[in-house]
Structures are given as C-alpha cells and as structure tokens.
Design a protein around this ligand. Structure first.
Ligand SMILES: C[S@@+](CC[C@H](N)C(=O)[O-])C[C@H]1O[C@@H](n2cnc3c(N)ncnc32)[C@H](O)[C@@H]1O
Length: 215
C-alpha cells in the first residue's frame, strides 16, 4: 500500500458538489474500494471522466490502471456504444475487476488484460478514441509516444493525478521520497503542453488531469 500512500489525500476542490450519476451497483463497489483503501477515482475525477467520455462518444476506450474496475464501469455506463480495453498488473485487482464487470453487466464489452501497461501497449494495434491513463504516474512520460500512436486523430488522452498536490507546479514542496515522481510528471506535462500534435489543458479535477486532444 506504500506505493499508493500519496494517493489517499483529500483533493476535492468542488466542495462536494460533484456527485456522479451512476448505478447503485457501481456506487456499492466504490464504497467497498474506499473502505479497503483501494485507490479508485473520487467523485470529482469520476464526474470529469464521465462527462468527457459522454462528450467524446468513443467507440473504443483504452484504460491503463483498472484497479477493481470503477472507472471502466463508469466509462462503460457513460458510453453505452463503447468497447473498453483495460490493463492492470495486480492479479488480485484484475480478478476483482472481472467480478465487478460481471455484477454491472458489462463483461461482454470489456477486454481486461492482466499485465504491465508498458508491455501491453506495445502489443495493441487498434486505434482508440479515448485513452485514460491512471497507472504508475512515474511511467506516464515513457508511455506517451506509444499512446500517441494508439490514439486516433481527434482522439482524447486523459492522464490522471498530474498536479500531485501542487508538487508538479512547484506550489508545494515535494517530499524527498517523491522527487523522482514529481520530476517525471513535470516532464509529462511539459511534453503534452508543447507537442505540436496535441492540444492540452491541465484541469483541476481531483488531483489534476491533463486532457490532450490529438489533431
Ligand atoms: C489509481 S489506481 C487505478 C484506479 C482506477 N482507474 C479507478 O479509479 O477505478 C492505479 C492502478 O494502476 C495499476 N498499475 C500501476 N502501474 C501499472 C502498470 N505499469 N501496468 C498496469 N497496471 C499498473 C495499480 O496496480 C493500480 O491498481
């Protein structure tokens, strides 16, 4: 759990106003995940993700970092026409996600892969309309070139947790243990905001998302 210890701070910015419009079964799964300290998206991030996904109307979605499946299920709910490929390296989380996809009736639309995201994205071939990256933050910069190839023109890449409590922008001092993480995230932000093939906006939703649209 130390790997996620930085991911449990309260980063709500909207004073509790964001309330995801989701089925009861998904809310139950989220509450169990919160109670077990599994790092799943809080209300602000989930509302942002679902609103974006509904606007993009993707046919194909790629998610890196399934955990127990809450964001996959939320995107499936927001985009009833979409097929989702989601990647998780932790076998226990992957298996829990499979059960949760069954409970929410979306197993037929989801390809869940247990493996390392960096390896899996090299094997994928289909282009995606929407990519949600929510795995090891330190790897975002490494995955970016391949994700750009996998993203259809006009497609949207959303990277979660890029503000890191103000560490990335320099507004808050970075703890010694997190300096490398903050440096890599900063590299990701610099790369997506200066890339001539992308239009990017960093948005204060949850702990910050980078929303990039491929020209
Ligand atoms: C923040 S959680 C994902 C939460 C999920 N998107 C949600 O909100 O329901 C990050 C997940 O990414 C997984 N992960 C981290 N690095 C990974 C990698 N290189 N490949 C695949 N999964 C990875 C972790 O095991 C963890 O379950």
């Amino acid at each position: 759990m130390d790997e996620f210890s930085y991911a449990h701070r309260d980063t709500s910015y909207a004073g509790g106003l964001n309330k995801p419009n989701i089925p009861e079964e998904l809310q139950r799964i989220r509450e169990e995940a919160f109670a077990s300290e599994i790092p799943v998206a809080a209300d602000d991030t989930l509302c942002f993700l679902m609103a974006q996904a509904a606007a993009v109307r993707p046919e194909s979605i790629l998610e890196l970092g399934t955990a127990v499946g809450t964001t996959s299920i939320a995107m499936a709910f927001a985009c009833p026409q979409a097929r989702i490929t989601t990647v998780e390296r932790d076998r226990a989380f992957y298996e829990a996600a499979l059960v949760n996809f069954g409970k929410c009736g979306i197993s037929g639309r989801v390809t869940a892969v247990c493996g390392d995201a960096g390896e899996v994205i090299e094997r994928l071939e289909d282009p995606f309309d929407l990519i949600f990256m929510d795995c090891a933050k330190v790897q975002y910069i490494k995955y970016l070139p391949r994700l750009k190839q996998l993203l259809r023109n006009g497609g949207v890449l959303i990277a979660d947790d890029v503000l890191l409590y103000g560490w990335a922008s320099g507004e808050a001092e970075v703890p010694k243990k997190r300096k490398m993480l903050a440096r890599h995230i900063r590299e990701y932000i610099d790369a997506v905001t200066s890339d001539p093939e992308l239009f990017t906006c960093i948005i204060k939703a949850g702990d910050g998302v980078a929303l990039s649209v491929k020209r």
